[in-house]
Design a protein around this ligand. Structure first.
Ligand code: FAD
Length: 412
């Protein structure tokens, strides 16, 4: 009779979404593996807890991989194959199989029906424990080196050295990442890191005091990057936020860091009108309803307070009849509404969701297995890679997908 084979020993560094999902996926793929997750803090899934304002935006109702990849400023090409293997529908089905139902909001974001991120944490940690994953909190990994047999010797913060056959780095994004240092020590490179998903600082009398006001569909453009994004835009007490701004910050993350977050921003508050159509619409209103006061109704579909502010900016009395407003003044108002220029002077992190742009260079990773092309048996998952998505559940989806593939590949 053959002697039983020793189980494959898998170490996962990082107990976030990617690491925990990789651990469960490894055990689900091959229950005979020995899977250990090392988390340096005292809590697993800390970011899941605070995610989505405490509700956890688990994924996005976008079930077509080719469409899904367009939501990733970095990693879109590389994620296409992985999304054919594990996409939002698989995430939804997996959580449903564990008794956790997800619901879809109007904008496509998916949350647990409980509206509590704790539901997701309980589900993941219960699943991990049930399938026999060994969870080591307060155990950071300082170093790792490749052994003569092609395995890995890990040094913990408690000065313990432990040997494994496979290593999955899932240490997340951020500067001074030990995961990046370990990968670099093994010959990998990292791309330049920069924050993504941030809001813009703008001090401008046209929006001052209007905090809380939002338009449902604005277009925000960075002329120097020839980059535009549309969607809801929110005026804050420090400047502008909302999906249109966050998406722009993601797509322009590196270039905006390079200019130290000082740049010109153009806003089309109407979302759809160009300058000529806006001018024509105002001229027509003047012709047809010349006796009406310009301030009575917000024209061009703008929120009333914003319309009033633009009239004030142009020194137009809201009580003026449309017929009394000069065509030049109407042109100026049209410009403010569809091509207002604002000077951005800094950024703030978005408290709801933020990520790091940059990480392990994607050229060095085989996305069929999430395995290093340089070091056999070394795998990557989650934000430690040079992958990030726009806001809306895409970042967790990348963590589930890469975690699933890394874990199931490492287990065989
Ligand atoms: C406030 C906030 C809200 C968010 N909300 C959403 C949302 O609703 N939807 C969405 O899709 N995305 C959201 N995101 C983004 C999402 O949280 C991340 O993209 C995701 O958590 C990445 O998962 P990860 O496992 O790769 O990294 P992380 O979640 O960062 O996990 C990495 C883990 O590794 C540990 N670690 C690091 N180094 C070591 C080491 N040397 N040894 C041991 N452990 C180590 C860290 O302590 C950490 O626990 C949010 C982010 C933030 C900051």
């Amino acid at each position: 009779m053959d002697a039983p084979l020793d189980p494959i020993r898998i170490a996962i560094v990082g107990g976030g979404a990617a690491g925990i999902f990789a651990a469960i996926s490894a055990k689900e793929e091959n229950p005979d593996t020995q899977v250990s997750v090392f988390e340096r803090s005292n809590r697993f899934l800390a970011k899941v807890k605070v995610s989505g304002g405490g509700r956890c935006n688990v994924t996005h109702a976008c079930f077509e991989p080719k469409e899904l990849v367009t939501r990733y400023p970095r990693g879109s090409r590389e994620l296409l194959g992985p999304f054919y293997r594990w996409q939002p529908q698989d995430t939804v089905d997996w959580f449903a199989s564990k008794g956790v139902a997800l619901k879809t909001e109007d904008d496509g974001r998916m949350f647990p029906t409980t509206d509590s991120s704790q539901t997701i944490i309980d589900c993941l940690l219960d699943s991990a424990r049930k399938c026999g994953v060994e969870l080591h909190a307060k155990t950071g990994i300082d170093r790792a080196q490749v052994t003569d047999t092609g395995g890995f010797l890990l040094s913990t913060t408690a000065n313990e050295n432990i040997e494994f056959d496979r290593l999955i780095l899932a240490t997340g994004g951020g500067r001074d990442s030990v995961g990046h240092k370990i990968a670099v020590s093994m010959g990998h490179t990292t791309t330049t890191l920069a924050p993504s998903l941030f809001t813009f600082h703008i001090k401008d009398s046209r929006i001052e005091g209007l905090q809380g006001l939002s338009v449902p569909n604005a277009v925000a453009t960075c002329p120097f990057l020839k980059l535009s994004q549309s969607g809801p835009l929110l005026i804050t007490h420090w400047g502008m936020s909302g999906p249109a701004i966050l998406k722009l910050s993601a797509w322009g993350a590196r270039a905006l860091a390079d200019c130290n977050y000082k740049f010109n921003l153009q806003i089309n508050w109407t979302g759809t009108l160009d300058l000529e159509s806006a001018k024509q619409a105002l001229l027509q209103a003047k012709q047809r309803n010349g006796a009406k006061q310009i301030g009575t109704n917000s024209l061009l579909g703008l929120p009333r307070r914003l319309w009033d502010r633009f009239l004030e900016t142009e020194s137009i009395d809201p009580k003026s009849k449309l017929s009394q407003v000069s065509n030049n003044q109407l042109h100026s108002i049209a410009s403010l509404c569809v091509a207002g220029n604002y000077e951005v002077d800094g950024k703030s992190m978005n408290k709801e969701e933020f990520v790091t742009c940059g990480g392990i260079s994607l050229r060095e990773v085989d996305f069929k297995k999430m395995e290093s092309k340089q070091v056999p048996n070394l795998y990557f998952a989650g934000e430690t890679l040079d992958i990030d998505g726009v806001t809306g559940g895409f970042n967790f989806q990348a963590a589930w997908t890469t975690g699933h593939i890394a874990g199931s590949s490492a287990a065989v």
